[in-house]
Design a protein around this ligand. Sequence first.
Ligand SMILES: Nc1ncnc2c1ncn2[C@@H]1O[C@H](COP(=O)(O)OP(=O)(O)OP(=O)(O)O)[C@@H](O)[C@H]1O
Ligand SMILES: [Mg+2]
Length: 383
Amino acid sequence: MVYSCFGVLNCCKEENALEPSGQAQGIPTNNVRLFSYNSLRSATRNFHPSNRIGGGGYGVVYKGVLRDDTQVAIKCLSSDSKQGANEFLTEINTISRIRHPNLVELVGCCVEGKHRILVYEYLENNSLASSLLGSRSKHVSLDWPQRAAICLGTATGLAFLHDEAEQHIVHRDIKASNILLDENFCAKIGDFGLAKLFPDNVTHLSTRVAGTVGYLAPEYALLGQLTKKADVYSFGVLLLEIISGRSSSKAAFGDQLLVLVEWTWRLREEDRLMDIVDPELTAYPEAEVLRFIKVALFCTQETAQQRPTMKQVVEMLSKEVQLNEKLLTEPRPRRYGPQHGAGASSEASSSSQSDKRMKSSANPDVTSTHSYISDSQTQMFPR
Ligand SMILES: Nc1ncnc2c1ncn2[C@@H]1O[C@H](COP(=O)(O)OP(=O)(O)OP(=O)(O)O)[C@@H](O)[C@H]1O
Ligand SMILES: [Mg+2]
């Protein structure tokens, strides 16, 4: 292992502009390709607005073309990321080691002056948010086999992050815009590990929630408790979005303006669960779609311990298993106040009272012979 950026300097001379006197000395960068700011500037035609493909909480994303004609997505991190070059490169090294077919690959980065830029593989079919849930102009019709593959691919990627990656990672922002689709509409999860690049937020886990409204697990939204099970909840919401073709963060349902999860429960009570299915889907295997909806209900159980692990979810989605619906508990209606998403303390205390009242119970029986035992609620990396 080369404990210097200069090894990389040698092999990527044209693109690397870290000065020998730069701040990144002593950091192993052998996993990461270092780009100069100038090379990324020319890849994006001076960050031309026509190359801008999106922007979110972490910064603006541009499409770029490298000198060797490789297309990349270039994410310029916002100034909230005040990390020094050393810390930044340490985190980047960790993220870039995490590779899986269902995770967006980090190609490299630029750390020059105050610039902190990430360079990712470019995914042709954009995000699930824009292709499935976006405006008409960007809408792509996805049939059931494609949607099922996206569900399973995302579950597999998330299970990898939770249990198999070198450092286990809670994604904390699973949502449709962070699921990218390649040329074959295979799903790849983006933005994993990014939270660590924003150190100001890192230490205040209980007072700062980073997820997105509509996807947040109750214990995370109200108490700031971040575990793998918060990701499982968000994944359940995502499943419902993929099945229904409706955005959880944008749509409200019925005269009571229910959120997607509540709406699904309402339909279940009224014995018309299949009404949740996207009307655009004309032909689909009913039993399989119903199983996917039920998996979503297990994932979005209010009590974290009642949710399956992502490994179990992969199994539930990929095999024809009988799910024991008797283990499902209907969620209480949730209404957030103005402090939603900020770990609101008054709500937190009342919620913790009610949490104590909640039944602790097992995860769903996936088969008659398997009984899943809930995994531990360990606080996870990152944050
Ligand atoms: N690797 C990529 N390939 C192609 N398009 C991408 C890639 N990464 C991001 N995008 C596009 O850029 C958009 C914005 O991404 P970005 O991650 O900045 O914001 P977001 O996902 O909406 O919010 P958040 O900051 O919370 O993740 C995405 O919705 C997607 O359309
Ligand atoms: Mg994103």
